[in-house]
Ligand binder design. Structure first.
Ligand code: FUB
Length: 340
């Protein structure tokens, strides 16, 4: 009777797929991969992890990165080029410390690198740097983007040619200091049964170096329309926002931080609200989980990192990529990074 029942259940929806992959490069540590296709070539804008000897703490002081190297490849599985130093902290006039997860965009033949960095008062802002080529080197603007705060910028180009920056991250990312929109040097979190700290969005101005509007909060909702709560650590926003579009829907994906997952929510426009859908990537080796999603030569890929190459050291990570698949209803098949 049991086997008859098993045969009767249609197996149309695979639940978990393998994401087993090797680091894309092994000569340096790389993390937080933001992938884009420019001029038919795949470019990855990662953090460049280094050992600076700073002890690990909840603020992420051990992520003490000083420059960026951009990676690129002509085809998946092909040779990966490291284009060398694209931007260094010593060349950024407003720099304090910690170059965290970057992103990039192209407009009218110019390339823009967006990067989070603490200023000389140890407060995170987001900077912009410009180049004529996707791999840089990039020339930084003298000041951070006016009105920017917190970290993990991700810039999405919509089909109508408008660009939007998504950003923010709690704990060491300092987003909890901006509840109500103004800076409060104290870390203030909502109660566990209140709506969680919200990621932010701002439309980019035509110059790609400033915001066209004051950053707005993004609503993340449960399927019943109620807000995701601060105490819902398995689903609330932590950091690593990314947006891509698939079959006309906007997919807002992010890391849940202390529960170590990449999850996603979908919506009908760039500002949301976004409704929680599920898990894209299960926890990886190392504390952080950070990703991007891009289509290259007709296939969708998830770019992520883990600490396997460094033997589990959380601040020494390596960028990987694996194919991403959708179910017929547009939901994403969860990836287990270590399933054989
Ligand atoms: O790489 C430094 C920080 O760790 C990033 O900005 C976060 O997203 C996390 O991956």
């Amino acid at each position: 009777a049991q086997s008859t029942q098993a045969q009767a259940e249609p197996q149309t929806k695979p639940q978990v797929k393998s994401g087993l992959a090797e680091p894309l490069v092994e000569h340096i540590y790389t993390a937080d991969p933001s992938a884009h296709v420019f001029n038919g070539r795949l470019y990855i804008y990662p953090s460049h992890d280094v050992e600076s000897g700073i002890p690990q703490n909840d603020n992420g002081d051990h992520f003490d990165m000083r420059d960026y190297h951009i990676l690129s490849m002509d085809e998946v599985g092909g040779e990966v080029t490291d284009h060398g130093v694209a931007l260094s902290v010593k060349d950024i006039p407003w720099a304090g410390r910690q170059l965290w997860a970057p992103d990039a965009a192209e407009k009218d033949g110019k390339y823009y690198l967006y990067f989070p960095l603490k200023d000389k008062n140890d407060v995170f802002h987001i900077g912009a740097a410009v180049s004529d080529t996707p791999e840089g080197p990039f020339t930084p603007e003298p000041e951070p983007i006016a009105g920017s705060y917190s970290m993990d910028p991700a810039v999405f180009k919509d089909d109508d040619g408008e660009y939007y920056m998504y950003f923010g991250g709690i704990w060491g990312g300092q987003l909890q200091r901006y509840e109500g929109g103004t800076y409060n040097p104290e870390d203030v979190y909502p109660a566990d049964d209140a709506p969680a700290v919200k990621p932010r969005i701002a439309k980019m101005a035509d110059d790609m170096l400033s915001y066209a509007e004051t950053p707005k909060e993004i609503e993340l909702l449960d399927k019943d329309g109620s807000p995701i709560l601060q105490g819902d650590n398995d689903r609330r926003f932590f950091e690593a926002a990314w947006v891509h579009k698939y079959q006309g829907k906007y997919y807002f994906s992010y890391s849940t931080g202390d529960t170590h997952k990449i999850v996603y929510a979908t919506g009908d426009n760039p500002y949301g609200p976004f409704t929680y859908q599920g898990v894209i990537l299960q926890p990886v080796e190392g504390w952080t989980n950070h990703h991007s999603i891009a289509k290259f030569k007709g296939k969708w890929y998830l770019f992520y990192h883990d600490s396997s190459l460094s033997g589990g050291q959380t601040h020494l990570r390596s960028v990987k990529m694996t194919e991403l698949t959708y179910n017929p209803d547009g939901s994403i098949v969860t990836i287990d990074p270590y399933l054989e």
